[in-house]
Design a binder for this molecule. Sequence first.
Ligand code: NAP
Ligand code: GLV
Length: 306
Amino acid sequence: MFKSEVDSARDWKRALQLMMPELEVRIWPESGDPGEIEYALLWTPIGDVMQSLPNLKVVFSLGAGVDHLLRQEGLRRDIPIVRMVDAALTQGMSEYLLFHVLRYHRRMPEYAFLQGERRWQQLRQVAAERRKIGIMGLGVMGADVAGKLAALNFSVAGWSRTPKSLPGIQGFFGADQLHSFLRGTEILICLLPLTPQTRAVINQQTLATLPRGACVINVARGAHVNEDDLLAALESGYIAGATMDVFADEPLPPGHPFWRHPAVTVTPHIASLTNPSTAASHVVNNIRRHQHGEPLTDVVDWEQGY
Ligand code: NAP
Ligand code: GLV
């Protein structure tokens, strides 16, 4: 097991052993004989440790996103990577997104401004069914939040790589349909994996395709957004607000303009955090599958990059 925070590694050890007492869990760097390690649970590989485990059978990613893992030099393609999929992780993401969508929908940033001015002013409220929410990425998390937003009567569209048919959600797919999707989106959510195809997908051109006054919520990876283009669109007033949980450079440097921008909400990559007490079952179930010769779940597709 490899994790930068030892306490969290200890939480993982406890949670895994509770579910699978026969599992011997070692915390890097006190991992003993490298030849005895069969499964590695990690966020980012540390140095060349992956190459130094000759009997490694499966890599488990602590995160749902695996871009940081796939970027590592020398990762062995013969070893499957299982990414994190956990109902509590998905629920946490939907909570974060429902909160920020409702905040924009109910015009809370404007009321906060009016309060600062001590102005009693009622603003026109659009009905939920007329509010258009667009979700980039209709995977585990995108599909969950799409369903929850649709249940609140919002008009929800989603954009994915391959066609998707989800009840009550208008589906768009592929590069050809990106602009049609964006044209009808007032609150844009990014829940894409970071791949060469999705890097900087939110840029000057795509922002300009959104209707004037649209808001952007990025909970995927910082590199999905061209930050200079977003700042320019916010400065011009074309984009009304942005909620950013992830950044090109994390931790967000103290001098970064996002920190002080009145139209930007910054959170420190906490939209949804993996919790060992719930997520351990995903790892244990897959270890059991592997031991019984059954197919693993949620294996990363090297070609697609997610
Ligand atoms: P997922 O299940 O793999 O879903 C990815 C979705 O993106 C799929 O619908 C996929 O299309 C779509 N997609 C991939 N490439 C595309 C492309 N080129 N064009 C259009 N659509 C594309 O991922 P997930 O579990 O929902 O997680 C999404 C991301 O959230 C993760 O990769 C991670 O970066 C981020 N995340 C952030 C936090 C946080 O705290 N901020 C927490 C967890 C996860 P198909 O359906 O056609 O395959
Ligand atoms: C967090 O960012 C994750 O990918 O789970």
